[in-house]
Design a protein around this ligand. Structure first.
Ligand code: MSP
Length: 655
């Protein structure tokens, strides 16, 4: 018999900005689900990709002076681009779709034609409002204080000949899907959709544009491009082969699939998308799960607000698995949550270093110390002391499964950590170190205690694998769990490990993070990334301290440029004649010709250190040095003289 098929998707990401921790949250959650279903033994198809058309991309490419295709190629395929990020985060997608892929473009033309031929797409004139950042059309009544109801930004008037999709025709069927099935979750989103969109009356949707060209052309009416959401939503079926011959999985039981999406795009996925499928005569998705947002200081992360958190920096500093774990453990999947670095570090320290890390390291260390790593097979079970732990561990898989089936990975983790905490308590209750004092009498009991701990760890490890695949691999190696004891089936079986299992005390799986040091390092990494992005490189600060008296010896003065000329036979040097307030002109030579034409500096007030010993350059004496700001930009050295307010008199001391 064929395995059960599970098809799960993330939204396809706009490659207009760099992806941040919020996007990573959505993809990691979907990856955890995909890995969980693989653990169940199902045939999983996990799709992600990029949504590359639309006015916003066209505008951004223009700003960057490249073609839209070059622009998206760089962000999707380039270094530290979308693909790289998912590789780093260990995302196990089976397919990656780009809406600029040829097969997808052809399939969109087919879909649009089919809906036109069946009368669900008709030509009209569009008059309304358009939010360019969200690529969304709005009617006047949908605006919030005259702005886009999704992002709050201003909208533009839009009027053009356009095609419309008869969304209104599907209002009753969509209401039925929302209200009478468990298609949309969490249930709170159903109420939101019905109240905000279905009750006021669904209006037909504008599905083509003529005012820009970066999109899929309507093949029977050149000049029109398909509305980016029709193009994007269809990816979930074109990637299976619908309307194209690149893949042929559409009729093989994958569809309908599960669409995991963020809450702001639930409207598109739970109203427009099923209506499009109804128009095509195809089944609605099995599920649309609308997760919450990761917030920063209570607000949505966005590049324009400058408050995005870079997943590369976090993964590089704390490890991919710790980051994946934190995202899933901390924020209930359907709700919003406040991200902070402190919370991330606390979670790593409490759950991973303290609870899980300690359980593994104490157990393997004791097995090594008392039995040379290999447990003896003579055992002594103590019903009173062991039953509770064993039954808790054996009941875990069911609770975990229930949570995962209800799209509540945070609850699944909560259950696992109850067991881990119980197991740590079991160590304290049984005091292996006390038993070890009399090995002859207590050897079998000690072996039992350690074996129970290994079994508890093994089962928790299996269930944690979708969250932390790489670290759990290491954990299994340390506790001596072979492939056959890492399966879903074996997660409900006690004593799957060999009775004479051999453990290895390996590297510390989850080192404790020093909060202050890590926060400082993070700050430096964020600053370095910001500089790298802007191309600005700054000289590192000098950690060596100077005492105050030494500092005070340096005499900085305001100096006014009386004359300035290039030094003959030198490309670099300028000769300054300066008023330093003493009544006698001061001559300073400075190698800054590359940045300044001498005549532009005459009359300016600069800053000089005036008590340096005189120095000869090209036969001329220099008495002091002009102060400048220096940095590098895109590898080029940049220099700016310190030019101060003309109101400062020549000779004024700087202190
Ligand atoms: N291109 C559309 C989706 C088309 S699907 C047919 C899009 N892209 S997006 O890049 O803006 O967002 C992709 C996903 O990331 C969405 O599910 C969105 O909700 C999610 N997130 C973006 N910022 C987020 C947070 N701060 N927190 C959680 N998820 C967030 O929308």
């Amino acid at each position: 018999m064929d395995n059960k098929k599970f098809y799960v998707t993330t939204p396809i990401y706009y490659p207009s900005d760099k992806l941040h921790i919020g996007h990573t949250y959505c993809t990691v959650a979907t990856d955890v689900l995909a890995r969980y279903h693989r653990l169940l033994g199902e045939d999983v198809m996990f799709l992600t990709g990029t949504d590359e058309h639309g006015q916003k991309i066209e505008e951004k490419a223009k700003e960057a002076g490249v073609t839209p295709q070059e622009f998206v190629d760089r962000i999707v395929e380039g270094p530290r681009g979308v693909r790289d990020l998912w590789k780093l985060m260990n995302i196990s997608n089976d397919r990656f779709i780009r809406t600029t892929d040829d097969y997808h473009v052809k399939a969109i033309q087919y879909i649009f034609r089919k809906m036109h031929e069946n009368g669900d797409i008709y030509k009209g004139a569009y008059k309304g409002k358009y939010c360019t950042p969200c690529e969304s059309f709005w009617t006047e009544s949908q605006l919030k204080d005259g702005c886009c109801p999704d992002c709050g930004r201003p909208v533009k008037d839009a009027e053009e000949e356009a095609y419309f999709f008869r969304l209104s025709k599907y209002a009753d069927k969509i209401r039925d899907l929302l209200e009478n099935t468990d298609f949309l979750e969490p249930r709170s989103r159903v109420h939101e959709m019905v109240k905000n969109f279905i009750d006021p009356g669904l209006e037909d949707l504008c599905v083509s544009r003529t005012s820009f060209s970066w999109g899929v052309p309507v093949d029977f009416d050149p000049g029109h491009v398909v509305y980016v959401w029709v193009d994007a939503l269809s990816n979930y079926i074109t990637a299976l082969g619908y309307g194209n011959d690149r893949y042929d999985d559409y009729d093989k039981g994958w569809w309908p699939g599960v669409n995991i999406v963020g809450k702001e795009i639930v409207r598109f996925h739970s109203i427009i998308w099923p209506a499009m499928l109804m128009s095509l005569g195809e089944p609605a998705p099995k599920k649309c799960f609308g997760h919450g947002w990761l917030l920063l200081d209570g607000g949505k992360m966005s590049k324009s607000k400058g408050n995005v958190v870079d997943p590369y920096i976090l993964a590089e500093q704390f490890g991919v698995d710790a980051l994946r774990f934190f995202l899933m453990r901390t924020f209930p999947f359907g709700s919003d949550g406040n991200f902070s670095n402190e919370l991330l570090i606390q979670t790593i320290n409490t759950d991973l270093a303290n609870d899980l890390g300690n359980l593994v390291s104490r157990t393997t260390a004791m097995a090594g110390k008392y039995f040379g790593g290999t447990l003896p097979t003579a055992r002594s079970y103590d019903k009173e002391k062991d039953d509770e732990l064993v039954s808790l561990v054996l009941g875990l898989r069911e609770k975990y499964e229930d949570a995962m089936e209800h799209y509540a990975p945070h609850k699944a983790l909560e259950e696992i950590f109850k067991v881990i905490q119980r197991a740590n308590k079991y160590i304290d209750e049984n005091m292996p170190w006390a038993l070890a004092k009399d090995m002859e009498a207590n050897g079998p009991r000690l072996a039992s205690v350690l074996y129970h701990l290994l079994e508890a760890t093994r089962i928790c490890g299996i269930l944690l694998t979708p969250f932390m695949p790489q670290r759990m691999e290491k954990l299994f190696e340390q506790i001596g769990a072979e492939e056959n004891c890492r399966t879903w089936l074996s997660a409900s079986m006690w004593a799957a490990l060999d009775a004479d299992v051999t453990v290895t005390k390996g590297e510390n799986l989850f080192p404790r993070v020093d909060m202050d040091k890590a926060l400082e390092e993070l700050e430096a990494a964020v600053e370095a990334a910001r500089q790298a992005e802007s191309g600005v490189e700054l000289e590192p600060q000098n950690p060596e301290k100077v005492d105050f008296d030494t500092f005070c010896k340096s005499d900085f003065r305001a100096v006014k440029v009386k004359a300035c000329e290039a030094v003959k036979k030198s490309d670099k040097l300028l000769r300054f004649t300066l008023d330093d307030g003493t009544g006698t002109d001061r001559q300073i030579l400075s190698g800054i010709h590359k940045w300044y034409e001498p005549e532009t500096l005459v009359g300016k007030t600069l800053v000089a250190i005036v008590n340096l010993p005189p120095r000869k350059m090209m036969g001329l004496e220099s008495n002091g040095m002009l102060i400048s700001a220096v940095h590098k930009e895109k590898g080029e050295e940049c220099l700016h003289l310190l030019i101060v307010d003309d109101a400062i008199p020549a000779g004024a001391k700087m202190c």
